[in-house]
Design a protein around this ligand. Structure first.
Ligand SMILES: NC(=O)c1ccc[n+]([C@@H]2O[C@H](COP(=O)([O-])OP(=O)(O)OC[C@H]3O[C@@H](n4cnc5c(N)ncnc54)[C@H](OP(=O)(O)O)[C@@H]3O)[C@@H](O)[C@H]2O)c1
Length: 263
């Protein structure tokens, strides 16, 4: 019997790599995308886990490249049964004086723009078939006040809000939508976001491993949950109290995370 097809963006490393690997282990074939050519190496691991893998290298900050990826997926002739819209980047620093505007606009283009674009194509296809599962990688930062990560945090609020609204729209089409909200995870995210020397970018990120976060996310998706905090106790606690924690307290916590690792 032909296998079903799963789509993962940002599949070359970190959480997306684990989502793709675990979907291969759960019996799916894969359409995976990322920008760099290390995607091809990752694809070998997914194949070793039993999947037929289709790779699409593209800079997802660019609208025409995302469109081309989708045309390539459509040309496979197999509908997407599961979609993990996951690719994302960050940028650290005081907004007024430290962080890079180029990087912050790339955050908007990738974390928000490509997420909307992939979600549009995928939800149209799934609505037509009246079945499917969509997992959005949001963040605990979707719900926190985050000095020195203002644009990233705002982008993840966008993703969470999109996911929650689409959940209600898509249930009329028999499609489940879930938001994955990781706490700090030990991935390359912190290097890309220029956070190697911060408390969170050194010890803090060791709170969660990407394989555990991916498993928790996929379990929540297939259980039909609205969202899941992943995965350690502190992340779950922070998520549970986010709505009642004053902004000033959240900001103080964030400032601590962003302190130099040596302090
Ligand atoms: N790590 C954390 O603490 C954490 C916490 C909460 C949420 N998240 C979210 O989890 C998601 C995955 O991040 P991660 O932690 O796994 O980081 P990661 O290891 O850096 O993975 C990021 C992925 O996004 C891809 N990507 C980056 N820029 C791209 C572009 N312009 N076009 C296409 N693909 C691009 C990367 O591919 P290439 O570089 O190979 O092109 C890579 O596959 C992100 O949405 C992030 O916001 C992470």
């Amino acid at each position: 019997m032909a296998k079903e097809l799963a789509f993962v963006s940002g599949a070359s490393s970190g959480i997306g790599y684990q989502l793709a690997l675990q979907l291969a282990q759960r019996g799916y074939d894969l359409a995976v995308t990322a920008h760099g050519d290390r995607l091809e190496e990752a694809a070998k691991d997914f194949e070793a886990a039993g999947a037929t893998v289709h790779t699409f290298q593209a800079d997802a900050t660019k609208r025409d490249e995302v469109e081309k990826v989708w045309r390539g997926i459509e040309a496979l002739g197999t509908p997407v049964a599961v979609a993990c819209i996951n690719a994302g980047i960050g940028e650290a620093g005081l907004f007024a004086t430290e962080s890079s505007l180029d990087q912050e606009l790339a955050i908007v283009d990738l974390n928000c723009g490509s997420t909307v674009q992939f979600a549009k194509y995928i939800s149209r296809q799934m609505a037509g078939r009246r079945q499917g599962n969509i997992l959005f990688t949001a963040s605990i930062a979707s719900e926190t006040t985050s000095p020195k990560m203002a644009v990233y945090s705002a982008s993840k609020s966008f993703v969470l809000s999109l996911s929650k609204s689409l959940r209600f729209e898509m249930e009329h089409f028999g499609v489940n939508v879930t938001a994955l909200q990781p706490g700090p995870v030990d991935t390359e995210f912190f290097n890309v976001a220029h956070m190697e020397d911060t408390k969170i970018g050194t010890d803090g990120k060791k709170s969660n491993e990407p394989d555990t976060v991916a498993k928790v996310g996929l379990d929540a998706l297939f259980d039909g949950k609205e969202h899941v905090y992943a995965a350690d106790f502190m992340t779950k606690l922070q998520g549970a109290v986010a709505g009642i924690t004053p902004d000033s307290v959240q900001a103080k916590m964030q400032e601590k995370y962003m302190e130099p690792a040596t302090k």
